[in-house]
Design a protein around this ligand. Structure first.
Ligand SMILES: NC(=O)c1ccc[n+]([C@@H]2O[C@H](COP(=O)([O-])OP(=O)(O)OC[C@H]3O[C@@H](n4cnc5c(N)ncnc54)[C@H](OP(=O)(O)O)[C@@H]3O)[C@@H](O)[C@H]2O)c1
Length: 279
């Protein structure tokens, strides 16, 4: 129950109506009898600055940001942790004595999800579609291992900027997302990460690439989960975006509460809500 002294967490994004983060956090807070709540807010690009000020004024303990705010929010905060600074992307904000501090849990959340499927993102050939906030966090995380990364994005300049800013030992190429660049990339990849809001099956069909061009050895990892995905018959298998969702949420929980997250409880909260496991 929300009371006079309930601590507030929130989510800012557009769209947010599909988000399953409120389910994960509110069920977990309730089951642990924590006097906390998590509220999603539809926040447009134009109103993000005012929404950040509102979080400050109203004393929210912390909030998540999602599409399309993960990059532009950096300049509105009072501090950034090293990972958020290097990746240039924030998905978690915590209120501290020094003000609002930004973190990013997407990269580590994605790696934990991949590992749970037995995929170790090190010495691998990885194709990343997109160059927005989520792609930035994942490319930054993958680049710290010795991977070969290929970034394909609709806007070439953003792919270039992402490749140029990446540090670490990985080799990084970038190209405009097109039929030929994607078809070529699919020939020798271990993992296709799709960090655009469009499903891989839809992108392939829009670009007239047959689904069987996905190699038997390649994992496919769509980050978006707002619509059910068309099955991709080829490939090694698909990594569920929901596995990443729970991992990145658990890491946000640790930043906000400064204690280990109840990962199993957070995951089962979502599984129970959906009525089935995704793995
Ligand atoms: N499962 C999870 O835990 C998780 C975590 C993070 C994000 N996500 C999901 O990942 C997706 C991306 O999030 P984000 O924060 O990175 O968004 P973002 O910053 O707005 O970036 C979106 C990216 O997708 C590209 N894009 C958009 N529409 C496209 C289209 N029609 N065709 C080709 N490319 C297109 C954009 O290309 P341009 O640069 O050309 O505009 C941009 O690179 C969202 O659906 C989000 O919900 C899921």
């Amino acid at each position: 129950m929300i009371k006079g002294d309930t601590r507030v967490h929130s989510l800012y994004g557009s769209p947010v109506a599909h988000s399953l983060s409120p389910v994960i956090f509110n069920t977990t807070f309730e089951k642990l009898s924590l006097n906390r709540t998590y509220v999603p807010f539809e926040v447009s690009k134009d109103s993000l600055k005012r929404a950040v000020e509102a979080a400050r004024t109203l004393g929210f303990d912390g909030f998540n940001v999602t599409m399309p705010h993960k990059i532009v929010i950096l300049e509105m905060l009072d501090g950034l942790d090293e990972n958020a600074k290097k990746s240039g992307s924030v998905n978690t904000v915590v209120r501290t004595k020094k003000g609002l501090v930004g973190y990013n849990t997407d990269g580590e959340g994605a790696v934990r999800a991949l590992r749970s499927y037995g995929f170790e993102p090190s010495n691998k050939r990885i194709v990343v579609l997109g160059a927005g906030g989520a792609a930035q966090a994942l490319v930054h995380r993958f680049s710290t291992e010795n991977n070969t990364l290929r970034i394909l994005n609709r806007t070439l300049d953003k792919a270039r900027e992402l490749a140029d800013n990446a540090t670490g030992p990985s080799r990084i190429w970038y190209e405009e997302l097109s039929r030929s660049s994607l078809e070529k990339s699919l020939q020798d990849t271990d993992l296709l990460v799709n960090a655009t809001p469009i499903r891989t099956s839809t992108l392939l069909s829009q670009l007239k690439i047959p689904l069987n061009r996905v190699k038997d050895t390649a994992w496919v990892f769509d980050l978006a989960y707002d619509k059910p995905s068309e099955p991709i018959p080829a490939g090694r298998g698909t990594i569920s975006p929901l596995e990443m969702l729970v991992h990145q949420a658990a890491l946000s929980y640790e930043i906000w509460l400064n204690e280990p997250a109840p990962f199993a409880l957070m995951r089962s909260s979502l599984v129970d809500y959906l009525g089935k496991d995704w793995k």
